[in-house]
Each structure stands twice: as structure tokens, then as C-alpha cells.
Design a protein around this ligand. Structure first.
Ligand SMILES: [Zn+2]
Length: 348
């Protein structure tokens, strides 16, 4: 089954490890073009995430254990200039991959290109920023990033920026931590609507999420988040948030990150792929099969050992089939839902 994926950090992996080659099969990480092809990976959102630069503290939940789980503070804000530099380098890296692939790996920028690439079986890459740190507060460089191919933007990672605040990693906890979007954040939402850049609410706190619901006229999307009812971590979506996704004809990409799957919120790699099925089942039953898809977080987190890497995705579809999902429903989860949301969100 050919599938689309809502989130990977493969560009970050390649940026940090110059000796890993995207075009050779590797046992490092979760995703390269060889394993992706074998798994049926038709395309996905390739995140540009400027990692915390030197001197910034990024709290590790393991250092903040509580009786029931963990309670990490919010990471420090990152510097715009440093993030801009790294972002440009990472965007260039993605273009370099496209160039080397000779037409087999395409950074897709409009609906026509998307349709054509899918039809021809070319691997699709959508340029996504995980956190808007590289965007100037006055939005003066947003259009140039759009021209460069930016078609999906996560307003925040789990840290504050000029536009809003992400959730710190807490378990158990609601996502209702911290204030909503700033004035600049509201402008950013509207400008993204205008340009047809998809907005991603994963990592955003609950107040911020409701601000996006209020000010955006596009489908509400969480590219890599799960159901809070099954795993009450601050990063997951409550039933009320899921309903808002449904009401805007949006989408949740179910993430394979084990701490967001398990009911104890632990970063435990022995978690089975059955937990992925449980979240997909719950979201489909709660808001409808049209609103659930995949959002792995390959190369960005710990995934179940059973899955190993991207080549474990076909097994997920096998499990979904055993769970009783029809072929048509599997296709919706695999790619039709993602393609619908992109078609509804992009301007051309
Ligand atoms: Zn993430």
C-alpha cells in the first residue's frame, strides 16, 4: 500500500550526520530513499527543524520525573538569526536531494504537481518548517519562503517564539499550558491562509490551538499528534480538539512516538505497533475515518522496536486490515486524506 506521511525529521538527521547518505540503504535512523521505496512511502512532509543552538537548555523529561510521570519545563526560546541560517542550510539540503534524485524525488509546490507525481509514482516531498523561528516577526520573509516551496508550517515546536508557545512535555497533563498566539501569531495564521501554506498545530498549546481554530479559514491539521484519551500527555489532542479537527474537515497524523502512544507516557521502545492501531481506531471512531492518517515522526523520536523503521509501515496496514478496516478505508488513512487536505489548503 502506497502511503503519505505527515512528519519526518530526516533532513535534521542528514544535516547533523554528514556521513549518512539518503540514497544508500542505511541501518541508521528510520528513513532513506531505498527503505522508503521498499515500504511504499509515496511521500511526506519533510520537516526543517533548527535544533536548539549552543547554550540553550532543552529539558529532558527523564530529568523531571514525578510519581505519575514527568513534568519538564518549557525549552528556552531559540534565536531568530541562528534559526534562519540553519533553516536556509536545511532547505538547501532538501533541494540538493531533489537534484541528485533526477526526477524521482520531487519537492511538490502545487496541486497539479502533486497529482502528477503521485500518478507517476515519484516520491513526493513537502517542505515543512517545524516552528516558525526563521520567520521574521513582521512576516517580511514569509513570501520568499513560500516562493522557495514552503507549503506547511508548524507555528511552534515545544518552545516559545514570536508567534506562540509550544507545550512542554508533561505527563499526565492537559495541553492547556500557557498563553495563546501573540498578535504576530494571529497575523501569521492569516497570511498563511492567504498564501495557501498549511498550518500545523502539533506542539502548540491548547490556547494557541483554539486561536488557530478561530482565525484560520483552512482545515485544522495536527501532523504528528495522538489521542489524549488513550495517552494523556500534553502533546496529544483532547476529544474537544479532535472535534474541531473534524468540524474544519481537517486531519490528525498519528505519530509513532512511543511516549505519545502508551497509556503510561513512557519513552519505552518495547511498545508494540498495536498501540498505533488503537489510536487510529479511536480517532476514526470519534471523529470519522476521513480525519485520520499517518504522521510517523521518523528520525525524530523513539518508535516501537516492532516497527524498526519505515519498512515496518506495511505491517501497520496489515494490522489495520485485521482490525476490520476495509481497503477503501485503508487507502484513506494511507494517502487520500492527506491529499484531500492539501488540495483544500493550497491555493494552486
Ligand atoms: Zn515534533
Amino acid at each position: 500500500m502506497q502511503f503519505f506521511d505527515g512528519h519526518n525529521d530526516t533532513i535534521l538527521k542528514l544535516y547533523m550526520n554528514k556521513n549518512i547518505d539518503f540514497f544508500s540503504e542505511s541501518c541508521e535512523g528510520h528513513l532513506d530513499i531505498v527503505r522508503a521505496r521498499r515500504a511504499g512511502f509515496a511521500g511526506g512532509f519533510f520537516a526543517v527543524f533548527p535544533p536548539p543552538h549552543k547554550g540553550l537548555s532543552v529539558p529532558n523529561p527523564e530529568d523531571y520525573l514525578t510519581e505519575e510521570g514527568y513534568d519538564a519545563p518549557l525549552a528556552e526560546a531559540a534565536d531568530h538569526g541562528a534559526c534562519l541560517k540553519v533553516t536556509n542550510e536545511m532547505v538547501n539540503l532538501l533541494y540538493h536531494l531533489e537534484e541528485r534524485a533526477n526526477g524521482d524525488f520531487i519537492i511538490v509546490k502545487d496541486r497539479k504537481q502533486l497529482k502528477k507525481a503521485v500518478k507517476k509514482g515519484k516520491m513526493v516531498s513537502i517542505l515543512h518548517f517545524e516552528g516558525a523561528e526563521a520567520i521574521k516577526k513582521d512576516l517580511s520573509n514569509l513570501e520568499s519562503f513560500h516562493k522557495k516551496g514552503l507549503r506547511s508550517l508548524g507555528l511552534v515546536w515545544s518552545r516559545p517564539n514570536d508567534f506562540g508557545q509550544g507545550v512542554p512535555y508533561r505527563f499526565p497533563s492537559t495541553p492547556d499550558i500557557g498563553p495563546g498566539l501573540s498578535e504576530a501569531g494571529i497575523h501569521l495564521v492569516k497570511k498563511c491562509n492567504e498564501l495557501g501554506i498549511m498550518l500545523d498545530t502539533s506542539h502548540l498549546n491548547e490556547q494557541g490551538f483554539w486561536d488557530v481554530v478561530k482565525y484560520s479559514n483552512a482545515p485544522i491539521v495536527a501532523t504528528h499528534s495522538n489521542a489524549h484519551a488513550l495517552c494523556p500527555i500534553s502533546r496529544n489532542l483532547t476529544d474537544k480538539q479532535l472535534a474541531a479537527v473534524r468540524d474544519t474537515n481537517g486531519l490528525v497524523g498519528v505519530t509513532f512516538s512511543v511516549n505519545m502512544l502508551r497509556k503510561d507516557g513512557k519513552m519505552n521502545h518495547t511498545t508494540t505497533s498495536d498501540e498505533i492501531i488503537a489510536h487510529i481506531r479511536y480517532i476514526a471512531d470519534t471523529i470519522g475515518i476521513e480525519h485520520v492518517a499517518l504522521g510517523s515522526d521518523f528520525d525524530g523520536t523513539t518508535i516501537p522496536d516492532q516497527m524498526k523503521d519505515v519498512t515496518g509501515v506495511p505491517q501497520v496496514f496489515e494490522l489495520l486490515k485485521q482490525e476490520g478496516f476495509s481497503t477503501k478505508e485503508l487507502k484513506m488513512i494511507a494517502q487520500d486524506n492527506w491529499i484531500r487536505v492539501l488540495n483544500e489548503t493550497w491555493k494552486s
